[in-house]
Write a protein that binds this ligand. Structure first.
Ligand SMILES: Cc1ncc(COP(=O)(O)O)c(C=O)c1O
Length: 406
């Protein structure tokens, strides 16, 4: 028999272990036992896609032309809707033919971009923690990662000054994402100016993931990379309809920016897929045209969940600052606990699923991420279960004061 018969390719071996595996196993077991799981693990929005998007999809279903292969580069009407949305939202002009490309969800594009641009050994700069596709995509492509360890002390903001000169000179791609998953951090516009200057100076392809473009609160408006002068020369920005529009299962997103970079991704994708079902593109273009009141309602929903959970966690000893954006809370584990152990304990004792921070890279150790994907009723139930199970931020402090009170 051949020695490597049916062994996975080396590129799969480069991937770090899948932290969710044990959690998935325990989730399945808990469900089998009839436990009422409250899954706040994934960033998987609850509820329906917007009604007008669903209606547009239903109408599009009736047209035979939508049942064939869609155009590789996406329908022209969806690309035009993307350009119009960009103009409305950021006052940035995009050529819908060359500077916008629909994707089967942004994760697909973020990963394939690495396959289109990274040769084995190329250096890719990526923060830790970060959304897994930002480092798993480059790893599949054979990249050498230069991981920037972010920290709470620096508000999870990237510090460009710690990147060694030789790394900056050799780096090919730099992935980043603000408002950030998992840390919920936001970056000021000056940071975007700084990173664009850095990427232009060192001729690095800048990849910004603006997944949480609209999930912002208290008047905060996230910055688009393309608002920054000169960004289009070196950068692309990824967007998704998964979060704002509750369309995670529909698999639709897009990338905009530098036309040459987008052309490379398009070339790769014409060899991999046939694009997005045209019915879904119709729904997506309808969603992008919704009035601002739709987005305001979504923001209000997440803001109210954020505030509710933050005040409940305060009673359990957590002092969580109000995040300006995203659909998560990022909280430290009780002192001395590793993130996987804490997430497993929470699951086993309360049936509430949270994501261990180390799933997002080494620097996420010591934290867990809670998704705001349940209504206040379910969030309240989660908090009660934590309280009853004695889940607290610093159990030993609580114990000391309980003893002292006697
Ligand atoms: C930062 C970030 N980028 C991309 C995605 C994936 O989005 P999509 O559903 O468009 O693939 C997520 C999902 O959680 C995310 O948090």
């Amino acid at each position: 028999m051949k020695p490597n018969w049916i062994a996975p390719a080396q590129r799969l071996k480069a991937l770090p272990p899948y932290v969710f595996a044990r959690l998935d196993e325990l989730k399945a077991r808990a469900r089998e036992q009839g436990l009422d799981l409250i899954d706040l693990g994934m960033g998987n929005p609850d509820g329906l896609a917007p009604r007008p998007a669903i209606d547009a999809a239903i109408a599009a279903f009736e047209q035979p032309l939508h049942h064939g292969y869609p155009p590789f580069e996406g329908t022209s009407s969806f690309r035009e809707a993307i350009a119009t949305w960009y103009k409305r939202r950021y006052s940035v002009h995009l050529d819908p033919d060359s500077e916008a490309l629909p994707l089967l969800g942004s994760k697909e594009g973020l990963t394939h971009l690495a396959l289109a641009y990274v040769d084995p050994g190329d250096i890719v700069i990526v923060p830790s923690p970060s959304y897994p596709a930002h480092f798993r995509g480059p790893l599949i492509a054979g990249a050498t990662l230069h991981q920037l360890q972010l920290s709470a002390e620096n508000n999870w903001l990237i510090d460009l000054s710690v990147i060694p000169e030789d790394v900056a000179r050799q780096a090919k791609i730099f992935y980043f994402n603000y408002p950030n998953n998992p840390t919920t951090a936001t970056a000021p516009r000056e940071f975007f100016e700084e990173i664009v200057g850095f990427a232009r100076h060192y001729e690095i392809l800048l990849v910004h993931d603006l997944c949480y473009a609209e999930l912002a609160f208290d008047g905060y408006q996230p910055t688009s990379l393309l608002e920054i002068s000169g960004a289009k020369e070196i950068g692309v920005e990824f967007h998704t309809l998964s979060k704002t529009y509750n369309m995670a299962g529909w698999r639709v997103g897009f990338v905009v920016g530098n036309s040459r970079i987008i052309q490379g991704l398009r070339t790769l994708k014409t060899n991999l897929d046939y694009g997005i079902f045209a019915v879904i593109q119709k729904a997506a273009e309808t969603a992008l045209q919704l009035p601002d009141t739709y987005v305001q309602e979504v923001q209000e929903r997440y803001r109210s969940r954020r505030d509710f959970l933050i005040s409940g966690l305060a009673e359990l000893g957590w002092n969580v600052p109000k995040s300006k954006a995203t659909m998560y809370l990022w909280i430290p584990c009780p002192v001395g606990m590793q993130s996987t152990d804490f997430a497993l304990e929470v699951l086993q004792t309360t049936g509430v699923v949270v994501t261990p921070g180390n799933a997002f890279g080494e620097a996420g150790e010591g934290y867990v991420r809670i998704s705001l994907i349940a209504d206040r009723d379910r969030l309240g139930k989660s908090l009660n279960r934590w309280k009853n199970a004695g889940i607290r931020y610093q159990p030993e402090t609580a114990l000391v004061s309980a003893v002292g009170d006697r």
